[in-house]
Structure formats: C-alpha cells, structure tokens
Design a protein around this ligand. Sequence first.
Ligand code: F6P
Length: 477
Amino acid sequence: MTRRYDLVIAANRLPVDRVVAADGSTSWGRSPGGLVTAMDSVMRGRDGAWVGWAGDPGEAPEPFTEAGMYLRPVPLSEEEVAHYYEGMSNDTLWPIYHDVIVQASFHREWWRAYTTVNRRFAEAAAEVADDGATVWVQDYQLQLVPAMLRELRPDLRIGWFDHIPFPPVELFAQLPWRRPILEGLIGADFLGFQRVADAQNFVRACRQLLRAQTRKDTVTVHRPDGGTHTVRAAAIPISIDFRGLEELARSESVRQRAAELRHQLGDPEVLMLGVDRLDYTKGIRHRLKAYEELLQDGAIAPPQVTLVQVATPSRERVDSYRELRTQIETTVGRINGDHGAIGSPAVHYIHHTQPLEEMAALYLAADVALVTPLRDGMNLVAKEYVTCRWDNGGALVLSEFTGAYHELHQAFVCNPHDVEGLKQTILKAIHTPSKDKARIMRALRRRVADHDVQRWAQRFLDALAAAPGAPQRSARQ
Ligand code: F6P
C-alpha cells in the first residue's frame, strides 16, 4: 500500500527528467526551469511527496525516492504531450499569460487533453496525500487541479502558486475556457502570485467573468450545498536558495573556473552575459539588436567587449520556439560575421544546458548581466546573478517587465522595447564607477539574502494554513 504524506507537491514536471539515450538506456537528469530549482531546494529534507511527469511520453516509471522525497510519476501519452503540454499549456495559455507576444492558438482537443491530464494529476495527489494534508499545486499547467482535488478530498488544504504572470482580464477573456479555469483555481484555499498586479488581475477576472463576490484579496462563491467557499489571492514572490548558491560561488573551484573563463574569452575588459531558456518572452532578440547596434555605432568592440549568450533548449516542437531559434541563430551568425575576428567572436552562443557550477562561474565572471524579458513572472536569473556576486562586482541590467524588477529596482532598469534606451542602459552599466556599482550590488544582494526561497516557501505555507477555510470547515451548519 502507498505511504501517504502530509505535504504533497503537484507540478507538471518531477524535479528529475528521464533521459533516454540512443542505445535505449535511461538515466535521470535535472529538469529545466526555475520552478524545479526553487521547489527542489524547498522540498529537500522535508518528508514530502512530489507528483509530476517524468519528461518523456509513454508509461510512467515506478514511484521512487530521491533525496528523501517520494516521487510519483504521472504518465502522459504522445498525444497528451502534444495536446496538453505543447498545445494548451505552451501554445494557448503561455502566450495569453505573457501579453500575447506571439498569437495564441485555441483548439478544443487541446482543452480536452488538458482536462483529462489535470484530472490524472488530481487523482495522483489524492492518492498520496494523508488525511488533512497540504497539497501545493504549481503553475499554469495544473489550473483545474485545485477544484478537482477538492471534490475528491474535501479534507485537504489546497494551495496553488502561479510561477508566471496572471494576465489582465482583457487578455484572459480571450480564452474560450476562461470560466472553468477560474472555477478550477477557486477550488484552492489560497492562491499565490508573483506580483500584486497578478493577484489583482485574478480577483478582477472572477468579479467580471464569474460575477463572483470579491472583497479586497478574496473571492467568495456559493457551493451547491448552500454554503460558501472563500479563496484568498496574494503576492508572494518566489526566490532562490541564496545561501546554497552563494556558497557554491565562493568555492575555490568556481573562482578558478571564473578566472579561467575570462582568460579563455580573451581577457575582455567587459564580459556581458545573457542566460535564458530559449523563449520569446525573454527578449533575447531585443538584447541582440541593442548589442549589434552598439557594435555598429563603435560604442563597444570585441575583443575588449564580448557577450556570452546561454540559451537552453526549450519546447522545441512548438512552432514559435522553432522560429525564434532560427531568428536568434541567424542574428548571432550575422553579428559574428560582421564584428568578430578569428579567436574573438562578438557573441559566444551556447545552446545546451550547463551544470550549475559552470553557471555560477559564468555569473561570477560577468561584468554585466543582461536580463531583458518582454514579460516574465519573476526571472530567477537576475537573483542568481546577484547571489553569485559575493565580491559586490558586476552590474545587473533588468527589464521592468519582470517580477524581479519589483524587488530589485535599484538595478540598471530598462524597457527592452526601447532599443535606444536599452543601448544607453547597457553603456551606463559598463561605465558607472565600480564604487557606485558595488553599492548597488550590495543593496540587491541584501534583498535576495533576506527574501530567499526558504522564506518564500514558509510565507506561502503560512498563508495557506491561515487562509479563510476549506469548504468543510466553512460550511454553514
Ligand atoms: O516557470 C515557468 C515554467 O513553465 C515552469 O512551469 C517550468 O518548469 C519551466 O518554466 C520550464 O518549462 P518547461 O517545463 O515547459 O520546460
């Protein structure tokens, strides 16, 4: 019989992905994305369970235990990967939730798969949750799970956290399935968002589209049995494991690697760095345009100035991601053709996942980090960069369209749509005296150190425990 747990995480992905090699052998690797990085460090050491997809289609592996966590894989068929994950999650919801940077696609069969898969996740979570347990559902892929789970297990405390933006009602209203999505979320006791504006957008959507009763940060609906259910929606911005990452960045091996990287890159005076999943929300094209124009203007020139762009592969079967990759790689090729020389390219482009140690060394080596998303729920790269700068060196160029901006507004702030402004901000980040940059960096680091991922998790769990109440508890007698 399955053991049951007091704390259960339900997320689209498990913290590890099953990797199948060409010879058919399988191994486990770390899953991509900030969600896993954050939640993994929260869950390590807690006796909890994690329900999620193992990252490849077909039968799910048997449940297993990893670093004290019980991992319960949820299977997805080939068709469900195409319809629920690539389709509904990443070609419908993702564009709508990110300001429609690319057009969203609406397909009823994608919605059906989304419903089926959400039910499967709810059933798996219900199976491993102990009596009265807390279930913490993650992100836009699983918005129907709270209500489905509530129906299966009214005894549970159910929370949901939105790692991405929640759109203004004018955009959300485009979704043909806007009602069931809101109703799915309302099944929770507490909903966490990255920004105050995201929480407000949700409450407003409930008021306008469901005609639900709203009061400040709460939404109240009537239940079929005559009682009411109230859910609270508030901002609790996510963070990173500051102490763990800083310790890594201070290690002798990472320091040495940082020095070696600078040397391998030709000892530039200014090393600029971009680190992103290869996603159109990240503003990589805008960043490259600004960089190319600075080269054309003669404001900067390799080998004194160079750029390392790490773009990790993502959602590679979705058309908009394929097109973006082509555009970026064409641009990188053109910039290098026009401005590079043998042994000193203007852009060093890496399109594969790097180990964490290598990332820490890159952060420590980089004079300027370019974080220029067009829209981003949080952007943990900004927080990782300042965490690794224990020497108070470096400068963070940060888009005002990230959640991180709301906490790190002392950074060199930019609007990535304004190419001229972005160029000026990059130059300012380069030329501001080191003394002033160190003062800024200290302030940024203090913020992340005080608001790390452990504090985030505790704040979320406390808010969930104190939320107005699950239906059973709030039922009228
Ligand atoms: O943070 C947003 C998010 O979609 C997470 O849910 C996800 O784990 C990460 O980005 C990476 O995306 P994907 O799982 O589609 O590779």
